[in-house]
Structure formats: structure tokens, C-alpha cells
Ligand binder design. Structure first.
Ligand code: AVW
Length: 256
């Protein structure tokens, strides 16, 4: 049995055919809806068809983020005020955390983010094929198929933000609020003062080392936010968040 599983895994991940990408996406879509009944108004076939029209037949380095507008408009997603969690350079810990509890939700915990998370895809000019290998990498060209998707999905996630929003940033790197990140270039710029009350930064630190909330990049963030929204920042040791990951019964409010 285990050999069979390995074999089919190798087959499905190396096959570049349109059918396998379509199946992967529809399967993930249906699995998500199964586990999140609040998403059941979505139609996975419609989502696939809106998704593929963004990039099929196009140069994979020339897909602007607007190409995904039809996909974003097809997805039905309730806003979750006060529970939205943005992140930058904290991908693993933030998702280990949200996987265990419902009090916070990242883009990757929403339908469209969940479906595309971990996938690579692209098309080719004058072809109706879809590919999952040989696609341009994140920095190979600005308007690549995958990066433009994340830009567009992040924009929609930030547009929907409301109430008190939280951002988990990395206090172990020199510039926790990186000016080239999606968080800085897209999400922060789209918070609407009429809907978003405050931004709370959780700066994940390694035992009182690294950057603090006084870091110049975080001062830039504060300047960009205030006085439109309230801003606050708290340095939280990584071990405290790890404790909350291992003890999912701990109240979310006690995690930072
Ligand atoms: P990130 P963001 N090469 O941790 O603020 C390959 O910088 O941008 O956080 N992949 C890359 C590269 C690169 N040079 N740069 C970024 N990525 C990919 C959506 C990689 O998968 C959520 F709502 C990395 O883990 C967050 O609030 C991911 O992009 C926000 O945007 C995130 O890069 C996180 O984006």
C-alpha cells in the first residue's frame, strides 16, 4: 500500500497536464468547503473556470494581477472582523498557529488562499495547456502567473479587513516591515480607515534578541498607519507562541 501511495504521489506531482491541475484545484476546493460550511455557497467548477482564464494562453511573465479579478469576484467569502491575521517572513509559525485554532484567520485559511497554497501553475502563449513545472519563479519576472495571483488575493484579503487587525512580523531579521513585501506594498496600503479600527503588530522574537518595536522599519509602518488607524506593537517571544501551538486550549487572548 505504501509503495502505491508513493507512486501515485510522484505521478501526480510531476504530470504537467491540464487535468491534474484542474483535479488538484477542484479537490482542494471541495475539501475546504467540506470543512468550512460557511463557504458552501461556492461552486468549485466556476472557481476553476474563473481561475484558468487568468493565465491560460498567456505569456507566464505577462499576467497582471488584474487578470485574477474574475476569480476574486467569483469567490464568496464572508469577512471575519477582528480575526484577520496578516504576516510577513513568519510563514511557518503563523500557519502552525492558525491551523490549531479558529480565533485568527490568514489568507491561506480562506478558500482561495487554501486552494492555491503550495501550488505552481502557468500557461503558455498561443496554447490551451496548463503547466505545473517549468513556470517562472517568484523573482524571474514581476508579472508572473503565481506572484500576480498572490498579489491579487492579498489585495482582496486586505480590502475585506475590518475591526482590529493583527500582523505577525519577524523580529529575528533586520527589517521586519520589509518595504518590498506584499504586506507593505499591497496590504497595509489597502486598509480602509472607515472599516479597520487598529493594527496590532506581534513581533516574534527569539528570547529578547533581534529587533524590537522601536525598529526603524516599524516606525515607518506606524507613520503609514497613524493617525488613520490606531497602531500598537508587542514583542512576543517565539517560545510563547510555540507554547500556544502545543496547547490549543490556551485562550487566544493569552498568546500575546
Ligand atoms: P513574505 P509578504 N522567492 O514572507 O509580506 C520566492 O516576504 O510578502 O511576506 N518566493 C517568495 C519570494 C521570493 N523572493 N518572496 C516572497 N515569496 C513567497 C499574503 C513565499 O512563498 C498574506 F496575507 C513567501 O513565503 C500575508 O499577510 C511568501 O511569498 C502576506 O501576503 C510570503 O512572502 C505575506 O506576504
Amino acid at each position: 500500500i505504501s509503495l502505491g501511495v508513493v507512486h501515485s504521489h510522484v505521478l501526480s506531482s510531476s504530470s504537467p497536464s491540464s487535468e491534474s491541475l484542474k483535479k488538484t484545484i477542484i479537490d482542494k476546493c471541495e475539501a475546504f468547503i467540506q470543512n468550512n460550511k460557511s463557504s458552501s455557497a461556492n461552486n468549485c467548477q466556476k472557481i476553476w473556470s474563473a481561475f484558468q482564464q487568468a493565465f491560460v494562453g498567456r505569456d507566464p511573465c505577462n499576467v497582471p494581477m488584474e487578470a485574477y479579478d474574475p476569480l476574486i469576484h467569483t469567490v464568496i467569502q464572508d469577512p471575519v472582523c477582528n480575526r484577520m491575521l496578516f504576516w510577513s517572513k513568519t510563514k511557518k509559525i503563523v500557519h502552525d498557529f492558525t491551523e490549531k485554532r479558529d480565533c485568527f484567520l490568514t489568507l491561506e485559511d480562506t478558500l482561495v488562499g487554501f486552494i492555491m497554497n503550495g501550488l505552481t501553475w502557468c500557461g503558455k502563449e498561443d496554447s490551451n495547456e496548463t503547466f505545473t513545472t517549468g513556470c517562472p519563479g517568484w523573482t524571474d519576472c514581476v508579472n508572473n502567473t503565481v506572484r500576480s495571483f498572490w498579489n491579487r488575493a492579498s489585495a482582496a484579503f486586505a480590502d475585506a479587513a475590518c475591526g482590529d487587525v493583527t500582523a505577525m512580523l519577524n523580529g529575528s531579521i533586520a527589517t521586519p516591515f520589509s518595504p518590498t513585501s506584499i504586506f507593505a506594498t499591497i496590504e497595509v496600503k489597502r486598509f480602509k480607515a472607515a472599516k479597520v479600527k487598529s493594527l496590532s503588530v506581534v513581533l516574534v522574537t527569539k528570547e529578547n534578541k533581534g529587533t524590537t518595536c522601536d525598529d526603524p522599519s516599524l516606525q515607518d509602518l506606524q507613520k503609514e498607519i497613524e493617525p488613520k488607524l490606531k497602531y500598537n506593537c508587542k514583542a512576543v517571544p517565539e517560545s510563547k507562541i510555540q507554547d500556544c501551538i502545543s496547547h490549543p486550549d490556551t485562550a487566544c487572548g493569552a498568546c500575546w
